[in-house]
Design a protein. Structure first.
Length: 105
């Protein structure tokens, strides 16, 4: 547990199937509760920089609301067009009921 992690929320603040955005060091980070596990991704689509938190989170995929690109929240991989580039993912630690987000993976 390093000092490069920032507490962003409690687990109860991000119910399963939801996404909440937090600003950490000037970056917009989308914290996703997918299938009961917490993930953190950059809150932008690699296709057009649109906000992903406004899209649908289903299973471990988030869909951009603008053009339908989908990303795997576990890896950041683009799963369908029009996006072809991955998005950054961030390390996450759950410390008790607290969610801590760390550096990019």
């Amino acid at each position: 547990m390093g000092n490069d992690f920032t507490k962003v929320a409690n687990v109860s603040d991000v119910p399963e199937g939801t996404v909440k955005v937090f600003e950490i060091n000037g970056d917009q980070i989308a914290v996703c509760n997918a299938e009961g596990k917490i993930y953190a991704i950059a809150d932008f689509c690699s296709h057009d920089n649109g906000p992903l938190d406004q899209g649908t989170l289903e299973d471990c995929q988030i869909e951009c609301p603008r053009h339908g690109a989908r990303f795997d929240v576990r890896t950041g991989q683009a799963l369908c067009l029009p996006a072809v580039m991955p998005i950054p993912t961030y390390k996450v630690e759950q410390r008790g009921q607290e969610i801590w987000v760390g550096p990019k993976q």
